[in-house]
Design a protein around this ligand. Structure first.
Ligand SMILES: NC(=O)c1ccc[n+]([C@@H]2O[C@H](COP(=O)([O-])OP(=O)(O)OC[C@H]3O[C@@H](n4cnc5c(N)ncnc54)[C@H](OP(=O)(O)O)[C@@H]3O)[C@@H](O)[C@H]2O)c1
Length: 297
């Protein structure tokens, strides 16, 4: 919960201005924490009718924020995925404007999909990415574009993002619960509170000269889909459908859903939590789902 994070996070210097490009699920939560910390924050969405839109940025229609919106931005966070050609929408449409900002930190939300299939092994940031899926190849191309941009960029690699409003709690409530058994298959996860908390922890470290280029932001406990569903059902005090074997369930899965089951990895957070000293608010899915459950009531 944001109020629990506020106590743990050091605010930024008073003249800071944070621009969040692509303030969807994660971006809105990060903005909420920034506002609680008294930081000036501006969020873009593709339409100003969407909740929380302070300005419009849409690379597909070449709609960019006004000059005054982009003035004096000191911290920039992009939460926007690659376009269909594997280009980064922000660098494609706003690079010149960004180069003129007095930036002290730039964050790019990427995915741990860039590592590819690791056959269930632990992967840290030293692992050389071998993306298997086309969307992960496009993502790696964007990471490289940001790294070569000359900007003070930090790349955050995220596994499955969940939080209040988007979790196993909602899946069960909507009747979308699936119990799929694929022996040995686990998924790593991160609660949006810890994306927000880690970002301000990292910005503060960067202000003091400690800024690794790439950081995994994941919780401590990669786990099976079944364990997560069972725990969510226990919180809701409800029953679940019978377990289906993956081979059977795969026949009715969309190509997108199927692609998630093709890769198996355990994402290590040792750099974030041991070397850089970030303390997770939700170290595992039990803690995170309890929060989602409490906030869904
Ligand atoms: N969901 C996951 O489990 C997961 C896991 C790992 C990494 N990621 C990545 O982490 C980032 C944040 O995830 P999220 O779940 O918070 O994403 P999200 O809610 O889907 O937000 C994505 C944002 O990008 C904006 N956007 C998309 N295409 C754009 C374009 N061409 N021009 C301008 N804006 C554009 C969207 O605009 P609107 O607000 O107008 O829709 C939205 O604000 C994303 O890059 C996502 O791919 C997600």
């Amino acid at each position: 919960m944001i109020k629990d994070l506020v106590k743990r996070v050091t605010p930024l210097p008073h003249n800071s201005k944070l621009l969040i490009l692509g303030a969807g699920f994660s971006g809105q939560h990060i903005a909420a924490l920034a506002r609680e910390l008294g930081i000036k924050v501006i969020c873009s969405r593709r339409s100003n009718e969407k909740p929380g839109a302070d300005c419009v940025f849409n690379s597909s229609t070449q709609t960019v924020p006004s000059k005054s919106t982009l003035n004096n931005v000191t911290h920039l966070l992009s939460c926007i995925p690659p376009n269909a050609d594997g280009e980064d929408p922000v660098l494609l449409s706003l690079k010149k404007q960004i180069e003129n900002m007095p930036l002290r930190w730039v964050g790019y939300l990427s995915t741990t999909g860039v590592y590819g299939d690791c056959k269930g092994k632990w992967v840290d940031e030293s692992y050389i990415p071998k993306p298997g899926l086309s969307r992960s190849k496009r993502r790696l191309a964007c990471e490289k574009a940001w790294q070569n941009s000359g900007l003070p960029v930090q790349i955050l690699r995220l596994p499955g993002i969940y939080g209040p409003g988007r979790s196993a709690i909602e899946n069960i409530k909507k009747g979308n619960s699936k119990m799929i058994n694929k022996p040995g298959q686990v998924f790593s996860r991160i609660h949006i509170d810890d994306i927000a908390g880690a970002i301000f922890h990292l910005i503060n470290l960067a202000e003091n000269g400690q800024k690794p280029n790439i950081i995994n932001v994941a919780d401590n406990l990669p786990s099976t889909n079944i364990d997560v569903m069972r725990f969510a059902a226990s919180l809701l005090n409800t029953s679940l459908p019978p377990v289906e074997q993956f081979e059977t369930a795969a026949n009715n899965m969309s190509p997108m859903a199927l692609s998630f089951w093709q890769e198996n990895r355990r994402v290590s957070n040792q750099m974030l939590c041991k070397e850089l000293g970030y303390s997770l608010l939700h170290p595992d899915y039990q803690s995170g789902l309890k929060d989602c459950f409490l906030q869904s009531k």
